[in-house]
Design a binder for this molecule. Structure first.
Ligand code: MRU
Length: 348
């Protein structure tokens, strides 16, 4: 399946992983060339690439790079370097489970022990990373089809953060649903939460919708309730970083408040995510590690310092929406209604 966007979130050319520098979007479009796993890890940590499925794919390529970045004397020598690279990549961001899911898929390649020489193992790892990349792109298109089928013509959708092509291998999850629904002429308008403090909505989602010719309006996060009350919003659709076995869902900070607002206004609240985002090892959302990021990201808007010097600041980057507030989860295997969340275990 091909990614129809002109600007790829990341691209593997057989030797180098190019990562679109999302910190400079939408005003500057340029990429970072990663030649080793440390550079891939830095891109994830500093959020040059972000979004749960995208960081999973980049971590997978990071291990493929680790397999090629030195001359290894033996498969065993390569495996000890891969184990270290695994730890480096796993230590970048804690919340999105797709990162660990992808690393585990890659680790299975060197643990199955089928390669006789370092070059053979490196080749297998590159192939595995490419297949995870392709799998994510296909999943997004399927999520788009299943999700769009739930929307009526002239839908007004509200979304949060960026769960678009920039957050995945292409097309997007929540934005994939919106994109597919727009192709089917079902979208009247999208309200885009700016998503303080990192502004993924205002910078990235608005950019993607603009490129796709999809009608949208950016709102500040605190306008969502007013818009739900006055603008006939048909659905809220967001992505996810980790879904616990009971359906509790971690996503960008502010998602939980939106789910409460949606319930009050009787607006369906959908999560769009691939199965790689579901963590069956944890029974509920209280076990999801929540990343705390730098206070600078709250204290500054761009280069402007907005708080008093020395102000105490908190910056949890994610929150957990209880399953009870979620109408359904749109996945690549179909839509799972709230009443079926207990079957998440049997579906994987
Ligand atoms: O901190 P970010 O930008 O990586 O957070 C991203 C989100 O919260 C997305 O909604 C989520 O990863 C889903 S992306 C398809």
């Amino acid at each position: 399946m091909t990614n129809t966007r002109k600007t790829n979130t990341f691209r593997w050319n057989g030797k180098i992983l190019s990562i679109l520098e999302q910190r400079d979007l939408p005003h500057k479009i340029h990429s970072i060339a990663c030649r080793n796993h440390q550079q891939a890890a830095d891109c994830i940590r500093q959020m040059s690439v972000r979004g749960a499925p995208a960081i999973g794919c980049v971590a997978a390529y990071g291990l493929a790079l680790a397999a090629r970045e030195k001359k290894y004397k033996s498969v065993q020598h390569m495996i000890s370097a891969l184990d270290q690279a695994y730890d480096t990549l796993a230590g970048t961001r804690p919340t999105a489970v797709n990162l660990f899911w992808a690393l585990e898929k890659m680790k299975a390649v060197w643990q199955n022990g089928h390669a006789n020489d370092p070059a053979g193992l490196a080749k297998q790892l590159v192939q595995k990373a490419m297949s995870l990349h392709e799998e994510d792109l296909q999943s997004c298109h399927r999520i788009g089809e299943f999700g769009a089928a739930l929307l009526s013509p002239k839908s007004i959708v509200l979304t949060h953060c960026n769960a678009g092509a920039l957050a995945t291998a292409g097309h997007g999850t929540a934005l994939g649903v919106i994109r597919t629904a727009h192709q089917k002429k079902k979208i009247k308008k999208v309200f885009v939460d700016e998503t303080r403090p990192y502004l993924q909505g205002a910078r990235l989602t608005a950019w993607e919708l603009h490129q796709g010719g999809i009608p949208y309006e950016v709102i500040t996060d605190n306008m969502a309730g007013h818009m739900m009350k006055t603008e006939k919003i048909s659905a809220v659709i967001v992505g996810a970083d980790r879904i616990a076995a009971n359906g509790d869902t971690a996503n960008k900070i502010g998602t939980y408040s939106l789910a409460i607002l949606a319930k009050h206004h009787h607006i369906p609240f959908y999560i769009a995510a691939p199965f790689s985002t579901i963590d069956l090892n944890i029974p509920d959302g209280s076990h999801i590690p929540i990343e705390e990021r730098s206070e600078k990201e709250v204290a500054f808007v761009g280069k402007t310092h907005i708080t008093p010097k020395g102000a105490k600041i908190r910056h949890p980057a994610f929150d957990v929406t209880p399953a009870a507030l979620i109408t359904a989860i749109m996945t690549e295997r179909g839509v799972i209604e709230k009443s079926k969340f207990k079957t998440l275990n049997s579906k994987s």
